[in-house]
Ligand binder design. Structure first.
Ligand code: GLA
Length: 716
């Protein structure tokens, strides 16, 4: 802009490149607005599209950053200095981040800005991933002056959209009820979702969308924003007096500040921006492709994820080696591939009051040790996985006896337990180091193939005796950096271990975690009916390979609901499939079903884990009584759709299933049908779903929560 600050022109569907865009930076002089005199021109920052705005120079919207100088002033004037364009995208150091090598067509633009008075420089980075319509943004602050500066806010991205005719769609919930879709139209003022729990949280997921009101799954404009971070975040949209919308994404400025001594650097995490003019399905698909190609650990991003059985809901804390082996051998017999030993194998943990931090085997439950159990499990032809909660400590633990000062606590304040446990101060290197060593020993002893990394409480009394008073507000971010440090170290040392992240289910279902742990336990709620809502909501922002989904017992342990075994399978298929129930106690009929489900999943695993996902009918709309979705392979020769009916309806309306993503000119069969159907026929005219019951056979059991699977294969 005329004053040397960076303006914003446009973000949306691709338009032609020109040398100048006078039309896009046109402005009118409005009364009663502060203005900068730039030459003869009245320049009023309060209604300009800015690239990375500060507060205090006439733009009164909430800013992207704020830096306090030694004299207390928060005024800065970042001026454009230079730019550089490079091939590829380098990873950030110490933070989860996107990546691309220099051989492809990903490019990274760095724009250098400087505040001459303080010596602060800011580098704004933009990496463009043209195949997935994604831009990754971050900001790097360097103090090149002599003063001590304090960063009071440092967001990763600001977008000033020129109007506010959007629906703000986000994903809210709580424990066991994560990521339910919420939709509201933008209104004047600030609307935001955020977390101050030092976890991305069950309550609000960092992924949001702004969609034109008429946008559907298959057409219309929609922006998606996500954040590669697992701690306190802010997603904010401010609709101003002239109806523009400022989007801010980044670390929550509340409970944050950072000392930037002379010479010091601060790098923000990355924000992910994406746009689709072809509706929300397309947006979700391009984001999924982006994560798998440019964010998730390449060793696993395209690998078959194993079918697992987890003993948590089968035994809780009450097990011994025989019990575990009986589950494992049944699992092997049924074709399951990975046995996961959940909470309760360490210290002397018989309930949730003890032993966190004591990552050595409980000899009363497993007298022959981990290696022995692991050998037996590997001997059955299964992979072996173990549960850890590395960031936690129980008062009743050896670790606490030895290092009471390693627990997060505020001086002279009472403690606030969560699930009877406390949190380790991961800002301390010696803590990260000790936990690494304990985990490493287990990994080697048991030759672990998989780790479930849990995190079952958010953090209170945020204070570290390791930090000076002026550094205390750095703690929430430093804590997360400590978590990332441990993850990175484990992955560097044990690259073949598959991590699944978990935080009381889906409390840390975020891209920061996904960088290290390619899959996450979607929710502690395993009830099929509830899972439809959770997985449907989650699918807007995350691909199926990131969602752990298990078949569990009925009555369901979270809701008490009884759903058919078949439906539980049909829901869990759409994710990283597994079982979470005592499979040794099942009827022959149920065991037969498991074998059939396992075989079907193995046959179509690539599709279920990596296919292009389409939401067809939303459980959040209409009567809220049905849902359907579909996955299609890349060459459009195979698709599987599922339709779920929550409450049964007598004598229902005629039903046609309208699928998506097929080749219009290709002939297909549905569930091995005699008749063949063109792709365009199935997508536009629909597939007739037969629902008529035999009137002479009254329904005896419950017909609620039924489901149907449609396997659609191209005719060769
Ligand atoms: C959390 C997890 C569960 C289970 C328990 C064990 O709630 O989400 O899956 O691992 O902890 O305590």
């Amino acid at each position: 802009m005329e004053n040397g600050e960076l303006g914003q022109i446009y973000f949306g569907k691709r338009i032609h490149i020109k040398n100048q865009y006078a039309n896009l930076i046109k402005r009118e002089r409005r009364e009663a607005m502060p203005s900068w005199k730039v030459d003869q021109y009245d320049f009023q920052p309060d209604h300009l599209k800015q690239e990375y705005a500060s507060l205090g120079k006439g733009d009164f919207r909430e800013p992207a950053y704020q830096v306090q100088q030694e004299n207390g002033s928060r005024i800065t004037e970042l001026q454009y200095v230079d730019y550089r364009l490079q091939k590829g995208k380098k990873r950030l150091s110490g933070l989860p981040s996107s990546f691309a090598d220099e051989s492809g067509d990903v490019e990274t633009l760095a724009v250098y800005l400087k505040d001459a008075l303080s010596g602060l420089t800011v580098t704004l980075r933009y990496s463009v991933f043209p195949h997935q319509n994604v831009i990754v943004r971050s900001a790097e602050f360097v103090n090149k002056g002599k003063e001590h500066l304090v960063l009071r806010r440092a967001l990763s991205c600001q977008i000033d959209l020129p109007d506010s005719h959007y629906d703000f769609i986000h994903f809210a919930g709580t424990w066991s009820r994560e990521r339910h879709e919420v939709k509201r139209s933008l209104q004047p003022g600030i609307q935001r979702i955020s977390s101050l729990r030092t976890e991305s949280s069950h309550q609000h997921n960092p992924f949001i969308m702004l969609a034109r009101p008429q946008t559907t799954e298959d057409c219309g404009d929609v922006y998606g924003f996500n954040f590669v971070y697992s701690g306190n975040f802010l997603d904010q949209i401010e609709v101003d007096q002239y109806g523009t919308s400022r989007v801010l994404i980044g670390i929550n400025p509340e409970e944050f500040s950072w000392n930037l001594a002379s010479g010091a650097t601060f790098q923000t995490p990355e924000a992910i921006l994406s746009f689709s003019s072809q509706g929300k399905n397309k947006l979700s698909q391009q984001l999924g492709h982006f994560y798998l190609n440019h964010l998730v650990n390449p060793r696993f991003s395209n690998a078959d994820r194993p079918i697992l059985v987890n003993n948590w809901e089968a035994t809780y804390f009450n097990f011994n080696e025989d019990k575990l082996l009986s589950i494992a051998s049944k699992a092997a017999e049924l074709g399951i591939e990975l046995f996961v030993l959940d909470d309760g194998w360490f210290g002397h943990r018989d309930d949730d009051t003890t032993s966190l931090g004591d990552w050595f085997v409980d000899r009363t439950k497993l007298p022959d040790g981990l290696a022995h159990l692991a050998d037996k499990i590997h001997g059955l032809g299964l992979k072996f996985g173990l549960w850890f909660e590395p960031e936690m400590i129980s008062l009743e633990s050896d670790l606490y006896q030895e290092h009471p000062d390693w627990m997060i606590a505020a001086p002279h304040r009472t403690l606030t337990p969560g699930r009877n446990q406390y949190v380790l101060d991961f800002t301390r290197d010696e803590v990260v180091d000790t936990i690494f060593k304990m985990m490493a020993k287990c990994i080697e002893e048991a030759r672990l193939d998989y780790i479930k990394w849990d995190m079952n409480r958010c953090i209170t009394e945020m204070y570290s005796s390791n930090l000076s008073p002026s550094e205390q507000l750095e703690m929430p971010h430093r804590y997360i950096l400590g978590v990332y440090k441990l993850y990175q170290r484990l992955i560097d040392h044990y690259p073949n271990v598959l991590f699944e992240s978990c935080a009381s289910g889906g409390g840390r279902f975020d891209l920061g975690m996904m960088y290290y742990a390619p899959q996450a336990w979607t929710s502690d709620d395993t009830d099929a009916a509830e899972r439809i809502l959770i997985q449907y909501g989650t699918s807007y922002g995350y691909p199926l390979s990131m969602m752990g989904a298990h078949v569990s017992a009925v009555p369901n342990h979270q809701t008490g609901r009884v759903t058919p075994f078949e439906t539980r399978g049909h829901v869990a298929f759409f994710g990283d499939f597994g079982y979470e129930l005592d499979i040794t106690k099942l009827s022959k009929e149920d065991q037969k079903q498991i074998r059939a489900q396992v075989n079907l999943y193995k046959k179509y695993r690539r599709l279920f884990q990596y296919g292009n996902f389409y939401r067809l009918e939303s459980p959040y709309e209409g009567e809220k009584n049905v849902a359907s979705w579909e996955v299609v392979n890349d060459d459009q020769t195979l698709a599987i759709a599922a339709r779920y009916q929550l409450l049964n309806r007598p004598n229902p309306s005629y039903l046609r299933l309208y699928v998506r993503g097929l080749n219009p000119d290709q002939l297909y069969r549905v569930n091995g049908s005699q008749e063949t159907f063109y792709g365009d026929e199935l997508m536009n005219a629909g597939y007739f779903v037969d629902q008529v019951l035999d009137i002479n056979k009254p329904i005896t059991g419950s017909a609620d929560f039924s489901s149907r699977l449609f396997i659609i294969k191209a005719v060769k």
